[in-house]
Design a protein around this ligand. Structure first.
Ligand code: BTN
Length: 243
């Protein structure tokens, strides 16, 4: 495994994607930066993280064995790996807020941004970007954020946690590539935040409605049980879960 450690870069996902264009990358090439000047989140958001306090890194991995239609499984596998490591560090009440926010104590501790490399219409590789809050304890702009230090009072070594995460990714990606999709989905659904509980959502028109999370489809849509026992599925742009 090759780990490129940088002091500062714009975004580790972007750095790794350009590296992949320039050279044939070894499996599990990792780019880890102590500081990102343009950290990116889901749906065009920004990912802010105090320099040197948290983990911000990306992993390159070939995933030719799965199809474009199955790409949500990579996100589920990554979420499970992070959940395992947090549990190992004795973080309580870990859940996954659909699709891929890792929460503890109902606050966000980690975000994932996967960008896939498609070649000739087929899924070729993924760039898995992870922002895990480790030693930061104050957030000016994110009141719903937390970190390992906030939750445990312990200052952690970033390298140690990175090693644990990479081991766990390896485990779940192998499970994914071996085709054990059923286990991945079952485990992911078991950790879904507010599963089986009536919850309030906002639709595209910003109207509130109540639904009960049942699980996810193979493509990653959220399955909700709504009024009159109607089942509907939604993608990320269509709905927002209110805390
Ligand atoms: C989210 O929750 O919106 C996803 C956040 C992902 C942030 C990580 S930090 C490392 C990698 N590089 C980026 O620019 N983004 C991801």
């Amino acid at each position: 495994m090759r780990i490129v450690k940088l002091h500062t870069t714009d975004s580790t996902n972007d750095y790794l994607k350009s590296l992949a264009k320039e050279q044939k990358l070894e499996e599990d090439t990792v780019v880890w930066a102590l500081e990102q000047t343009n950290g990116r989140g889901q749906m065009g958001t920004k990912w802010s993280s105090d320099a040197g306090k948290n983990l911000t890194f990306s992993v390159f991995r070939k995933i030719q064995q799965i199809t474009i239609d199955q790409q949500f499984y990579a996100l589920m596998a990554a979420s499970l790996a992070i959940k395992d490591v947090l549990k190992k560090l004795l973080i309580k009440d870990v859940s996954v807020k659909w699709p891929n926010d890792i929460l503890s104590d109902k606050k966000k501790i980690c975000g994932i941004l996967i960008e896939n490399v498609i070649k000739k219409g087929e899924l070729n590789a993924m760039v898995l970007g992870v922002g895990l809050n480790v030693n930061q304890t104050i957030w000016e702009q994110a009141p719903r954020a937390t970190s390992i230090k906030t939750l445990t009072g312990i200052h952690f070594d970033l390298q140690e946690i990175l090693t644990l995460l990479l081991e766990q990714f390896h485990y779940y990606v192998n499970m994914l590539l071996a085709g054990d999709l059923e286990t991945i989905k079952k485990d992911y659904e078991a950790y879904l935040f507010r599963k089986d509980k009536p919850s309030t959502f906002l639709n595209r028109n910003k109207e509130q409605f109540v639904g009960i999370i049942q699980g996810v489809t193979d493509q990653g849509k959220l399955i909700l049980l709504e009024e009159d026992n109607v089942i509907n599925t939604y993608d990320l742009k269509e709905i927002e879960l209110l805390f």
